[in-house]
Structure formats: C-alpha cells, structure tokens
Design a protein around this ligand. Structure first.
Ligand code: GAL
Length: 757
C-alpha cells in the first residue's frame, strides 16, 4: 500500500502516487477541491484566477484509514480516496453514492482527464449559454467561446465548465482552456472531462437541490452585483447610420407615444472608426456630443455606446497602450488587442472613456466582438498570440470578454455607480456582474432555449429583437424579450421601431413595456435574491422541479423570477405547455389549473402565455415612461393564494449606487396563509437602512370567489370603499367580475390582515 505523505485531520489531504500528487481541500462542508498535479508539471502556469478567496470553513475532514481506502468525512460528505490511483469517490453523509471515480485522474493524449461513473437515471445540465440542447447526457461539449454556434458541440458566447447532476451534485472544472466533457457518449455509464492545462483542478459541490448547487458555484466564482434599476427598463438601439437629430427625434417619439423606454444605444457609426475602434465621437453624426448626451439625459434616457476592444491607430490611446506593454503581439482588424489582466490596459481605457464619454453622462457600453468567430475567421486573435502577462491566445480566448466587462464594471464602481453592460463573450465568473449576453443571430426557438439554459450557470441572456420574417413573429419575440433580464430592440441594421407596423402592434408593445415596468419591484427583488443566494432570475423548470422528470426535456419554457412561468408561442397560435406539479393561475384570465401535466394552449398574438405559481406574492408598481419618473407611493402586492402558507421578500435600494453593499437597502417580508375563516396576510416592518418611497401597500388578492364578510387590519375593521376609489389610503374593494379583492393600508409597520369569508 502506498502511504499517504501528508494525511491530516484538517482541511487538506495530500497524497503522492507514482505519476502525480493528489491534493484534496475542504472549501466548505459541501464543497471540495480536487487538484491533481502530474509529476514534473508546472502547477504555477499562467492563468486567470476565477475562484474567489473563500472564507475558512469550520468543518474539517475526519480521516479513517482502512485496508482498501482512505475515508475522509465532513459534516455533509464522505470521500473515498483510492489507493492505486488519484481517484476520489463522493458520497452523501448517509453513505449514498453521489459520484464515483472510475479509474482516477490521468494524463491522456497530453490532457488531464478524470473519468466518473454515471447512475442509470442521472441527467446533466449546464455548460453555460447552450443554444442547441438542454439535457446533456450522452452529449459531448468542447468549451470554447465562439459567436453563433451552428451545432451542439458546446461552443457559445458564454461557455462555463460547470455542470449539475440530478444526483444532487455539480462539478466545476477550474480551467479556462478549451476543456472537453464527454457526458456518457463514449460509454453510457461514465463521463469524463479533460483540460489541456498542466494540472487537473476541479471543485465537487454537493447540493442536493439545484438551488443549493447554484449557491455553491456562485460562492466559489462570484454572486451577481445589483444592476441599476434603469437597466431593467426597455432599451432601444438606434440604427447605426442615424444622425444625432434622428436619434433625438426617435427618443422623443417613445415619450410622445407613451411607450416606456430607459436606454438608447448607439451603434458603430457614433465613432470616427469602428473596426477597429477609435472611441472618439464622429462629428459628422454627432456634431455636439456633450449637448446630445445632455439632452438625452434631460429626457431621462441612459446612453449606451457600442464598441469593441481592438484599438485603431487613430485612437488617442494607441501609442500609450503600446508603450505600456499592455497589448498582444497580434492585431485584430488592424487594432491593438489589450491584455485585460494588466491593470495598465484597464487604466488607459478608463481614462479615455471617462474623458470622452462618462463625463458627458454616458453610463453604459455594449462590448461587442469579444467572442471571436470560427465561421468568419480573422475576427479574433489566434491561439498562438502572445500576451505580455504570459498568457497565450488560446489561454486568453475564453476569458477575454469576461475580463473586458469586469474592467468596465470596475471603472463604474470607482465612481460609486452601477452599470448594466452588454457583452458578447463570457465565461465562468460572469454571473457576478450585471452584464448581459446578446446576439441578433438566432431563431426564436434557440433564443428561448438559451434563456432556459442561461440559469444553470447564472449568466444573463437577452433574446433581443430585430426585424423579423413577419409581423406575428415580431410580436411574439418582443413579448418574450420583456420577460428576460434585458428587454431590447436592436435596430442597429434595420431601424425597426415598435410603431412602424401600425397601431395594433404598437398597442401590444405598449402593453408589454408597461407590464415590464409594473413588474419592476418583482424583477428587482429577484435580482436581489440572485445577489444573495446565486439563484438565477431566469431559469429552466428543472431548476425548481428537479424531481419531476418531465421537466428534463422542457427547453421551450422558463421561469422568470420565482413565480412566473413563461411559455412563448414560437409560431402560430397554439402550443403544448408543461406545467410542473402544483397549481397554476393563468395571468390573463385568472383561471387556476392543476399542473403535473401538459395542456394545449391557444392564444391570440397579444397574449404571451404566462402562468403564476399558486402561493405567490408579486410586488408591482404603476406604469411609468421611464424608471423613477414618479415616486412609487403605493407598493402593490398581487397575491395568488394557495392552501399552503406562502411568502415572499420585496427588496429595494437607491437603484444606482453601491451603497446597498454597506447596508443601504430594505427588505420587506410578506406572507399569506389560509385560516379556518379565510386568509391571513402579513407584512414585516421594513428591515434595513434604506427608506423606500412607498407610503401605502395595496394587496390585490386573486381568485376570491365571494365578497368577504369582514376585512381586519390587526383588530380594526377596514371599511369597504367605492369601487372607483382611486386615492384611498385605507379600506378595500371587491370586484365580483374579476374576483379581485383590493385592500389598501398604510405602509411602514408590521401588519396582519385577516380576510374573513
Ligand atoms: C454585431 C453585433 C450587432 C451590431 C453589429 C454592428 O457584431 O452583434 O448587434 O452591434 O455588430 O456592427
């Protein structure tokens, strides 16, 4: 038997094998790092750290040595370390196998590989923003950032070497090289993953739920910072060749037509040179940049500029970047390629952007073309590029976009300012930043599948809208984009507007833009939950119903926040919708139906199928032309009561600064429960240091079959109000047609309402 060289009862276990050394580290009770260093390998090869420093866990390995195994036990896991090879088996605390190593880590054809067994009923999800499939068992994935993937081989704008298993665990392979995963294709009962890095470095996470797994993964690689509230409003990207006057007129038109809009985006031609970039205003298009941005801000628009990272010789930072030794030895579109790992590169960019744009009031960017493209060629630096930090092109490839947007967030954060960025190339770690991936290149079906897939790694995806084959598709697509992290029309090429297709399309557009605005507190609170726990705002059904096997194949529906199921109709007017176990209320009709089955659904073009999970409280606000147009005097809580107790949290803060990190925020817990006489609703006193705008709360209880006999606030009886009582501050109304009970009470103190039927 080979003797362990450094067996400790602490958090590290190290053991030598003939060909390698195994390091097993307890990161958290449910998270274990496995590092296998082949003999003679350089473990300090250049790479970008993606795992954050972790708090020291109080848990420790308990070591048991038997004849056949070394047994390491934590409060949540049991590990068996093999004697004959660097192999680690994982069991839960009760001894149930989670993932067993079949053979041990080894160097195969120059790559570091680990092979693990698959249980017969196990299914896998993950790998980032996949467009072609949801469930991954039996598939292979090569994880390379790439624009417009044409097949199901893994490459995408955002690849993430993290997968989740329905057996209750997840594995994050900590490598930003081009990694490869075989999820049971070669052998049905085993999977393997491998990296060209000199070492094999992976993190095993125990859930057991998918929500837990996202919490573990984001604990390792980062949790979402809060986006600015304005970023969650509607975005319109102007046609690239429109000049200043036309852009301003179009922005005004949103206001005069009463269509909510918060952000306008300018496309390549705002610059003197775009491929590669000068970052300097093109005076032919924008003769007066400061005046232009000032007027847009005056109309309460946020201005977002398109750019990419390749620096044209005419740019004022060209020479500076070269002198600072902060660029690669190869160019893209004749432009310098910054080495984002070098602080000098970031500082030089930040100085120019501050001076040219931020000072004027620009507060966001669309960071394009950082994903390369195998299909066009020449749109990216090649693998043999050399970066001054020591990374090769191949090592930089996957993290280039990730680092680019990270540097830009840092630029805003130094101003105590949040931004919501667009960026087309991302990797693990991207889920820590309010940056949204986009591309106008996909069919509707792929857009929706990517939305479902995005949640497995917590990246944000915008199924943006441009000109479509027909009007119906335009409508269906924009309805869907309003239920995504970023609602945008990208008219850069065609100048399509919400009104050019006539009053009916415009009406529907206004309806959905308004609904998005009404749902702002709901969406913002869902982002806060993501910030707190890693739970993605948009996610596949299987994330919430992992035990319902029917959800494994559902790639054309997704959850938008904790309560709303979105099932876009891809074409025509009908579709089959899977509703997971539980009760569901049709958002539009109020009808409640039982899930755990498929239903056939028919909807006119203006109705995006939306179902609310019964037992939900959805915080809402009035429609506004832009975020913050008016103070929100009344917080609306739309209640979809269930037979079980239910609850939710509303979150708020100033929406623009980083002060929330220091506790300038507020949480309100609301809950409901059936009682012997009816329903009780309760709300906590606000918790936190931020004072929200609300003075009143309006509870809107859905599905009240009959008028209540009494409504009590604490012990005091509330009075019925006239049904048209608009500005009432206390009392209730009941609408016998819609079965909606509306209760208005003051906001601020803990309160309980009893509805007695
Ligand atoms: C593309 C991008 C489009 C648009 C265009 C401008 O790469 O995906 O949204 O910005 O560049 O040239």
């Amino acid at each position: 038997m080979v003797k362990p060289v450094n067996a400790q009862t602490g958090r590290e276990y190290v053991r030598n094998y003939p060909d390698s050394t195994l390091h097993v580290t307890l990161v958290a009770p449910e998270t274990v790092r496995v590092l296998v260093v082949p003999r003679g390998a350089n473990a300090n090869f250049p790479r970008v750290p993606l795992v954050l420093p972790q708090p020291t866990t109080r848990d420790a390995f308990k070591l048991r040595v038997s004849k056949s195994n070394i047994d390491l036990q934590t409060s949540r896991l049991r590990l068996h370390i093999h004697n004959d090879a660097p192999a680690v088996d994982f069991y839960d605390a009760a001894g149930k196998p989670l993932s067993l190593d079949s053979g041990g880590a080894a160097t195969v054809e120059g790559q570091q590989r680990d092979t693990r067994s698959i249980a017969p009923d196990e299914e896998f999800f993950g790998f980032g923003l996949q467009f072609h499939s949801l469930a991954q068992r039996g598939k292979t994935k090569t994880l390379k950032v790439n624009a417009d993937p044409k097949d199901d081989k893994g490459n995408s704008h955002a690849v993430v070497p993290f997968f989740l298993s329905t057996a209750g665990y997840g594995i994050y392979l900590d490598s930003h090289a081009y990694t490869y995963f075989d999820m049971g294709q070669t052998a049905a009962d085993s999977l393997y993953f491998q990296t060209p890095d000199p070492v094999l470095d992976y993190y095993f996470c125990y859930g057991p739920t998918f929500h837990d797994l996202l919490a573990r993964y984001t604990q390792l690689t980062g949790r979402m910072r809060m986006p600015p509230k304005w970023g969650l409003g509607f975005w319109y990207r102007m046609k690239s060749d429109w000049k200043q006057d036309k852009v301003e007129a179009t922005a005004r038109e949103f206001r005069t037509r009463n269509i909510p809009c918060d952000v306008v985006g300018l496309e390549p031609k705002w610059q003197t040179h775009a491929y590669s970039c000068s970052y300097i205003w093109n005076k032919d298009q924008y003769p007066d940049p400061a005046g232009f941005v000032g007027r847009m801000r005056g109309q309460h628009y946020h201005v977002n500029l398109w750019e990419h990272a390749y620096v044209h010789p005419s740019s004022p930072i060209y020479d500076e970047l070269e002198k600072a030794n902060a660029v690669a030895d190869k160019k893209v579109w004749g432009g310098l390629v910054p080495d984002w790992t070098k602080p000098e590169a970031a500082a030089i960019f930040a100085r120019l952007h501050e001076q040219e744009h931020l000072k004027l009031g620009v507060d966001g960017y669309k960071l394009d073309e950082c994903d390369g493209s195998d299909y066009t060629g020449g749109w990216f630096f090649p693998d043999d590029t050399h970066f001054p930090s020591g990374l090769s092109g191949a090592q930089m490839h996957n993290v280039f976009g990730y680092l680019y947007q990270k540097r830009f967030h840092e630029m805003f954060e130094r101003r105590n300012q949040r931004s919501y960025l667009l960026c087309r190339g991302m990797f693990a770690g991207a889920q820590a930043y309010p940056t949204v991936i986009y591309s106008d290149w996909y069919g509707f079906e792929q857009y929706v599948r990517a939305a479902a897939n995005s949640g497995f790694s917590g990246v944000l995806w915008c199924p943006e809208v441009r000109q479509t084959a027909n009007e119906q598709e335009f409508i269906r697509r924009f309805e869907t984009v309003f239920f995504s992290p970023l609602a945008m029309i990208n008219a850069w090429a065609d100048g399509v507007t919400p009104w050019e297709k006539g009053p009916e399309v415009e009406r529907i557009f206004r309806l959905y833009a308004g609904l998005r605005m009404q749902l702002m507190p709901y969406l913002y609170s869902a982002f806060w939950q993501m910030h707190e726990t890693g739970l993605p705002v948009v996610r596949a059904l299987v994330m919430d119903w992992p035990h319902d096997r029917n959800t494994y194949a559902v790639d054309d529906e997704f959850m938008f926040g904790p309560s709303i199921l979105v099932a876009p109709i891809i074409s025509g007017t009908t579709r089959s919708i899977y509703l997971p176990t539980g009760q569901w209320t049709n958002w539009w009709t109020g009808e409640t139906i039982t899930g755990g089955r498929r239903i056939n659904y028919e909807a006119t073009p203006d109705r995006l199928p939306l179902f609310v999970r019964v037992g939900s409280i959805i915080p809402m606000q009035p429609v506004m032309s832009y975020v913050g147009e008016k103070p929100v005097d009344t917080l609306t809580l739309r209640v979809f009561p269930s037979q079980e107790p239910f609850s939710s949290v509303v979150y708020d803060d100033d929406g623009t600064t980083l002060n929330y990190v220091q506790g300038q925020n507020v949480r309100i817990h609301s809950a409901g429960a059936p009682t012997s006489k009816g329903i009780s609703l309760s709300m906590s006193a606000p918790q936190g240091n931020y004072r929200p705008e609300w003075n009143h709360v309006q509870w809107e209880v859905q599905g009240m079959g009959i008028i209540p006999r009494r409504v009590l606030l604490g012990r005091s009886v509330l009075k019925p109000l006239a049904s048209d009582a608009e500005n009432a501050v206390r009392g209730y109304t009941y609408d016998a047609t819609t079965h909606l009970l509306r209760i208005v009470v003051p906001f601020g103190k803990a309160q309980t309402i009893h509805i007695i039927s």
